[in-house]
Write a protein that binds this ligand. Sequence first.
Ligand code: PLP
Length: 470
Amino acid sequence: MAAARDLQQLARDHLWLHFSRLGEYAAGAELPVIVRGDGCHLEDSAGRRYLDGLSGLFAVQIGYSHGEEIGAAAAAQMRELPFYTNWSYAHPRSIELAAEIAELAPEGLNRVFFVSGGSEAVEAAWKLAREYHGSRGERRWKAISRNYAYHGTTMGALSITGVAGLRTPFEPLVPSVAHLSDTSRYRRPEGESEEAFTALLVAELEQAILREDPETVAMVILEPVQNSGGAITPPRGYFAGVREVCDRYGVLLCADEVICGFGRLGDWFGSERYGIRPDLITCAKGLSSAYASIGALIAADHVAAPFLEGEAMFTHGMTFGGHPVQSAIALANIEIMRRERVVENVAANRDDFHRTLAQLLDIGIVGDLRGDGYFWALELVRDKETKEPFSDDEAEWLLRGLISRRVFEAGLICRADDRGEPAVQVAPPLIAGQAEFDEIVGILGEVLTEADTALRRSGGGVDFADPRSS
Ligand code: PLP
């Protein structure tokens, strides 16, 4: 195995990191190389330990200590049947996993189509929605999602994604996606009631469907709690209103639960927590706690029904969908989640997590704290009173220059997100408890206070080029 120093060089020479500015490493910055994990913690190649306040990427529900058990399940499957496909054939593990997911999913969602990850699940959802309408003699193809929402990077999923900076380099995208307002109440006019905000958002959806022509709209796709933009929760009554509008115009409602699914909010699915009653659910990450690259599209019985008749089929598939080893890993993960009562742990501790994080609201630049379960974000503002946002330069300095670096140096992995207003995201493994909450808040408290002090000392006029000017 390559030594730590060799790994740095080999990575510089050969590894293409995702969504990363490789120039920083080419210029000599040390690449973080994570070599092992246990519980909620990780260790890098220099022996430094980190609390993983992001669960990998919102994915490692059970933490990092179950490699032996899950590895044994994977090895047993390797011995028995290392691969077969779900393309015209079945095998025991994907059958068992489909049944397990159907049992955990909200009532009426019983049909599972396996894919390799979240983007593929979203692609499959959009294609299934189109073909479902086709099977009923309608030609509908459009999708509706929300601004800032992240739904993946393949061309269909990217077209649904509402983050301008991710879309623009690849335009023209798949046409016919409309984007709605996000549901954050933070910058809504003072005095506006939650009900009034909900009514506005639901009316906006209806207007979008009417504008697009209802007979052409196949699917509305929304996360229960929207990650990008900073753990944006829905206002009361939002999903009931969305469901009603979708029903009125015959549009399928897909809950993108790639993050919220498998316990993140304290229920197996966010759809239960928010009473969404979706026709489709996309999931990935937590399905295997990211020990395998497996995702799924879960369809309601009435959506699957046309495909169970005559010569009909869903004209879609991938070699690795429902891979037996990946399915065995996901089954082992779900068994561990059940046995260790991981979802119950989130439900029991989410209020304490919220209370602990709320201490950070005392810091000048922390404008808002929002989220649910083990899925929270702090929106950062230049002026708490006026909610004045940071300029792009300031946000860059604050997030990339200072917070990301200092937090990591202090031993915490979390995310400084600039896809909407600047936000710090925290989403620890679902096994975390008060000790981890305190560790997160201790480190974030120090770093955010440091950032706040630097801004105030300079009257806002920090040297953006040099994060060390703080
Ligand atoms: N949908 C949502 C809500 C996500 O958060 C993500 C990834 O973070 C995706 C889809 C895409 O998943 P993947 O990265 O597995 O393709």
